[in-house]
Write a protein that binds this ligand. Sequence first.
Ligand code: IMP
Ligand code: MG
Length: 342
Amino acid sequence: MLKVDVIVDLQYGDCGKGKVAHYLSHTTKYSHVLRYNGGCNAGHTIFHKGKKFVTHHIPAGVFFGIRSIIGPGCVLDPVQFFREIKMLEAGGVRTRGKIFIADNTHVITGAHKAEDKKKGGKIGTTGRGNGPAYRDKYGRTGVRAKDIPKLKPYLINLYDEWFTLSGVEGFKKNNARILAEGAQGFGLDIDWGDYPFVTSSHCTTAGALLNGLPPQSVRSVWGVAKVYETYVGSKKFQPKGEVFKRMGDIGEEFGSTTGRRRQTNWMNMQTLERAINMNGVTHLVFSKVDVLRTIKLWAVIDKKKVLKFKSEKAMKDFIIKRLKPLGLARNRIYFSEHKDRI
Ligand code: IMP
Ligand code: MG
């Protein structure tokens, strides 16, 4: 039977999904890596064999020759897609015969991008055309990948890919093992984020399933969070205080897609709890512990209060205790302090 592991960002994007996807892609055996939502608004920073890559559309499986699928939960910009393939090839990554697009995936057009650049300022969108592309999809006036001749060599029927899996080396028929890699984050989700300061897609475990995956197939859900929060967009997010500017500087908190400075804050435990519960998180990776270690301050927000800790250990102990009632045991919580591993 088909099995799926899902990666979901529990905050506002940029928590290190790319790193976790890259890590799982070579430590667990997968037949496919699926990108399940978003478009080229996403920017995944991945360190592969010591080299830095920023991907927007193509899932991390491609670095290991795993079949990498862009699912119909996504919207795809063909211009960016071909640019990305070129960038990967130039960096020494073999992409031939490894990258596929579900034929029912909707496409971002030049008109979508022009409109988003003009009108996206109020929300602070990335200007990549995602909102207009999803709007046209739901308005039933969209363009799909199967309508674009240049994309033809990459198109697949996702039903056949998932359920009649055959000829994939090392995997039995009907036994697909899928890593589902998301974009953006729960705090930007169209339904559960702070509307209208949200993206246009479903950044949830449920959003992964919308790509033709049965609910019983979910094996584990890897939540990813930072030990502090960042948000990029138009709403006011960062509180007053020098420490938040330092966090941004030391954490190099600039958008990998637009280069905008990300706003920062302490991690909010209640927001995190909500994201863990709604996404059914079974494993949790906290990124960027090294950043707080450098600024030598340890704090979180819980029940609207800032809780300060004397040491890194005290903060980690608090977090572990706080998450235990949510079903997250210590051995499923990872504190990561490296760019290239968890
Ligand atoms: P859009 O997704 O370009 O429509 O932008 C909507 C909101 O989501 C804005 O606040 C963007 O900055 C934010 N956003 C979109 N994609 C990402 C991402 O990959 N990481 C972080 N923020 C994102
Ligand atoms: Mg990013």
